[in-house]
Ligand binder design. Structure first.
Ligand code: EPU
Length: 280
């Protein structure tokens, strides 16, 4: 399909290329470089994609359009010393965390190592026990029903790894409020988060698979059940951390789902998937 907008690019692509787990079948992927292109992309049913973490896509792909914000929505280079800042939702968190440290701005330390784009981080209220994006988020601009609207963070239903964003809204920009600190102090806080994450695998994964049940840790329960190293096809429970499913190379969504089912059957507590699932 050829878009009307000169700033939209449309291609059929395997979503495995766009997800951190490297799993998922084809979809019509719209990459939009301005709000007009985004408006056209969202005229039909769509699903927004950020960095593709925390996401499991079916091997059959999805029938909806998949909308990705292009480079103009990545403001990591523009991000400097301001404490109150509007950023495009394709801005990658790793770059944001790094630049905040350089600028001596505090508030993003808890997001160190989260492989998300800003929009996806908001949709999942990404974070660690050291902090989540919702704590520094003031408001967003989204596209909905063809209109750009401003919505305060308090209306997004942010909770532990969840939000209540409407399915038909595409996040475009977000305003963050950070606190002035010093690069040295920010670096100390980052070191603590880095230490807490040091036991996580470096292999291809979609981040933690399950939400932690109240008062416990899914990784601990999976470990206790002796499931590390459990493998279906090329999907495996990481040896480093029980709450990570890694892709050893050619895992399919079918492998991943079967592995998840086996884990659930073997663990003596209800485990709720944290990942978004598409196409099942
Ligand atoms: N544990 C085990 N075995 C394991 C893994 C963990 O016994 O295989 C134990 C640890 O020793 C610790 C407890 O379980 O006592 C918690 O583990 P950890 O400190 O690794 O934290 P987590 O609860 O597993 C959470 C977040 C991570 C985040 C880390 C660091 C969730 C589901 N997970 O993990 O977030 O990076 O804290 O703060 O909330 C994510 O959401 O995708 C994610 C990776």
């Amino acid at each position: 399909m050829t878009p009307r907008s000169p700033n939209a690019e449309v291609r059929i692509r395997p979503l495995a290329q766009l997800t951190t787990l490297r799993v998922g079948g084809p979809a019509e992927v719209w990459t939009v470089d301005d709000d007009e292109a985004a408006r056209e992309a969202t005229e039909a049913p769509f699903r927004p994609i950020g960095a593709g973490s925390n996401l499991l896509v079916s091997d059959d792909g999805v029938p909806e359009r998949v909308v990705a914000l292009g480079r103009p929505y990545n403001d990591v280079r523009r991000f400097g010393a301001e404490t109150d800042v509007w950023l495009g939702c394709a801005t990658p968190l790793p770059g944001l965390v790094r630049r905040a440290r350089q600028a001596g701005l505090s508030g993003l330390e808890g997001l160190l190592g989260v492989p998300a784009a800003l929009g996806g981080a908001i949709a999942m209220n990404a974070g660690t026990r050291f902090g989540e994006i919702g704590e520094v988020l003031e408001e967003v601009e989204w596209l909905r029903d063809g209109r750009v609207e401003r919505v305060p963070a308090s209306e997004l239903g942010l909770g532990y790894r969840r939000s209540e964003l409407p399915d038909d809204a595409l996040l475009l920009r977000a305003r963050l409020r950070l606190a002035r600190s010093t690069p040295e102090r920010v670096a100390v806080a980052l070191a603590a988060v880095d230490a807490a994450r040091s036991g996580q695998p470096k292999a291809k994964s979609a981040g933690c698979a399950f939400r932690n049940p109240p008062g416990d840790a899914a990784g601990r329960l999976i470990d206790l059940a002796g499931l590390k190293g459990l493998r279906v096809g090329d999907a495996m429970i990481a040896h480093e951390h029980g709450n990570f499913v890694i892709n050893l190379g050619d895992a399919t969504a079918g492998d991943v789902l079967e592995l998840i089912d086996r884990v659930r059957a073997a663990v003596d507590a209800p485990l709720e998937l944290e990942w978004r699932r598409w196409g099942f």
